[in-house]
Design a binder for this molecule. Sequence first.
Ligand SMILES: C[S@@+](CC[C@H](N)C(=O)[O-])C[C@H]1O[C@@H](n2cnc3c(N)ncnc32)[C@H](O)[C@@H]1O
Length: 385
Amino acid sequence: MEGVSPPLTADEARRVAAVEARLVREAAAQGFLPFDRFMEISLYAEEIGYYAQEADPFGPSGDFYTAPRVTPLFGWTVADRILAVRRALGGDRPFEIYEVGPGDGGLAASVLEGLTRQSSDLGGITYHLIERSAPLARRALARARAAARDGNVPVVEDPAVGSDGPFEGIVLGNEFLDAQPARRLHWTGTEWHELGFRAQEKRLEPAEAPLITTVPPPELPTPPEPDTVLEISPSAEGWVRSVADHLVRGELLLLDYGYDQPELLSAHSKGTVASVRRHRSMPRPEEAPGASDLSIFVNFTRIRDAARRAGLIEIAYGSQAGALGDWGFAEELASAVKAARSAEEEVRTRLAAKNLLFGFDRFRALELAAPSSSPALSTLTRPDA
Ligand SMILES: C[S@@+](CC[C@H](N)C(=O)[O-])C[C@H]1O[C@@H](n2cnc3c(N)ncnc32)[C@H](O)[C@@H]1O
């Protein structure tokens, strides 16, 4: 839903003023502020960026929903997949679960509940939370630790994947890639330009400049039409490479919304930046920086290419709904329905399941294996993946 921005709270107004001042200062000093830098400051600037807020960005009183908020069936089914990966790797060895960008810990809590319900032997598992936002990291740690108590799984905070060295296990990210700073590139018909902003009398004005830095491989495509905008996130691609450097055996499992590049170029040729506040789309991303979420559709062609170049082996890629089905969603739903204490609870459970399967239709699941474990993990792959 697009609409008028609801009035800013006093805290939001303070943050927006501080973020705008910082953006304008940097744009004026550099002459041009590329979009990825705009996104980095707006979302993550210490103390003032969107993710520095104390208020909850997720759910009805926040700005947007993610799948863990819709139903715990999501996390329980991801837990089934994690246990399948652990069994395929041999079971009784140390197994690290790194969740990147856990937000308020909703997914961590339901994954830990799911692990506890499905297995009596969780010895050797450690759940690591890597969250850039300080207020969300505090919430995620408290929620995950409460959920991990019954299964006796240690939950720790870490600065980065593999910060304790190479490891075996799984790296999990839900809506992590779409929140990484992205470059917006404009095909003029003859060459690619960088989109961003210039400072104009203490305001940001959309602007265009020659490419700020060279684009890392693979080469940019030639779009079928002039005036096409394509987003790419070299920082997300670099992050995939850093995971490959540390994951000795196991899997990188990414759930996110996005498309392959040909589809982005043909069906989303004006670009995909979404700026969202109180569940409404803002017409311009620079409207309330620091008080609205910013995200882009993941360019899965480039993420998969980065993974391949880093030596990871793709074991599955497809719709999130299809992946959930393969991992045991129907069984989880059947047991949740059986456990419902009233007809009303049963209906709520079924509706939430429907919302998850059909409301997240742009979402994909990408599973990548460390090379030494790919033969074991490939046995888990569905035949048509
Ligand atoms: C769109 S939210 C998704 C939250 C959660 N995964 C969910 O599904 O509800 C993106 C999250 O990633 C976090 N994040 C972004 N970049 C990060 C980074 N480099 N390291 C750790 N966390 C990061 C943000 O702070 C935010 O909590």
